[in-house]
Design a protein around this ligand. Sequence first.
Ligand SMILES: Cc1cc2nc3c(=O)[nH]c(=O)nc-3n(C[C@H](O)[C@H](O)[C@H](O)COP(=O)(O)OP(=O)(O)OC[C@H]3O[C@@H](n4cnc5c(N)ncnc54)[C@H](O)[C@@H]3O)c2cc1C
Length: 376
Amino acid sequence: MKVIIIGASISGLHTATLLAKQGIDVEVYDRMNALDGPSRTLIVTGKISEVLDPLPEEMVLNQVKYLELFSRSRSARLELSYPDLVVERRQLVEMFARMAKEAGARMILGHRFEGFSQFGRKVVVTLRDLQTNEAKQISTDILVGADGVQSAVSTAASRNGHPVTALAQARVALPESGERDAYRVWFDTNQTKYFYWLIPESDRVAAVGLIADDVPQAQARLAEFLRERHFEAIEFQSAVVPMHQFGSAEGTVDPGRHVFVVGDAAAQVKVTTVGGVVPGIYGAKALARAILDGRNYRKELGGLKMELHLHLLVRHVLNRFRDHDYDELIGMLDGELKEILQEWTRDELTQSLLRMIWAEPRLITLGAKVFLRSLF
Ligand SMILES: Cc1cc2nc3c(=O)[nH]c(=O)nc-3n(C[C@H](O)[C@H](O)[C@H](O)COP(=O)(O)OP(=O)(O)OC[C@H]3O[C@@H](n4cnc5c(N)ncnc54)[C@H](O)[C@@H]3O)c2cc1C
């Protein structure tokens, strides 16, 4: 069986490794000439180590054990049982590429996917060699779109794109008040319905950023935040990220089950924090199982879909929060609720959400109050 994967990044390369390890003929294409895509400081939960068994130490720029949350007039400090890991996207992609090559996958760079057509059980993929400008047609049994937020594979299958949101972040000198093993989150609903963050990369450098509706808005608010807090940017990073919706993350784009999407291309992103690395890896695992065992990808995605749906529900409530609601929420972070938040990672909402509500029933009252207020 031959599989063509478009997109040599985290979700595409992980799918390639899992398939090639089982003897599948895998080719990975990317429009980039080298695996040197934009640098990006990422923070992921320790869950990534479970999946990658474990994440090699040299990949980890920093481990953060404490999470500090700030609202207008309250704050809380959580001690995470499983530290979050700070990694650099480019290094991570290079590591995934090494793993895919060792497993036997072939990597062909400098080729842009331009379309596909189906002939019976075969998919004919059109790719353009960006060096010679020559178009090539290659036949395959399965086509995988791991080509990110503006997935051309998904578009070629007449799928509408996903709604997106924008992230902007700057690398700055870690402030004197900052600690290497603590990251900070500020809620300010006048500026963003998400939050601002400061993530230390090392003793000296941190990433400061926010999520907003579009890139210009995110960049403008970030610039203001940096000015107010006297941060000097070393480097800026920004891009759009897809937002998971009910009904997205389905992954299969043709009824014959020969064309699939994974990772950002399938909007496999937690919309509470806009994190897509760990969900994209879970998506890759589900897709590899489906291809290898002839199973239904949608069914294999069941657990991930449930997790992403819960994040979406929580995001719907948080989008309606005002500053005083965050004050109230942070005021509740004590006792059992705090312990649950410390114990379970944000990739485990299916396990932790009910526990949180059971431990702190005022969460329901707060959610209901916020929701009702938004109706009137
Ligand atoms: C500034 C920023 C910060 C972020 N921080 C975090 C974080 O802290 N934690 C977290 O979990 N997530 C974070 N994310 C989200 C995370 O980066 C993405 O969810 C993740 O990288 C998606 O990986 P992917 O492999 O699905 O797609 P991508 O990494 O987007 O890769 C898609 C690949 O497809 C290739 N491609 C696209 N179109 C074509 C085409 N037509 N032909 C050939 N190749 C093509 C591209 O060149 C690219 O290599 C952040 C995002 C941004 C923008």
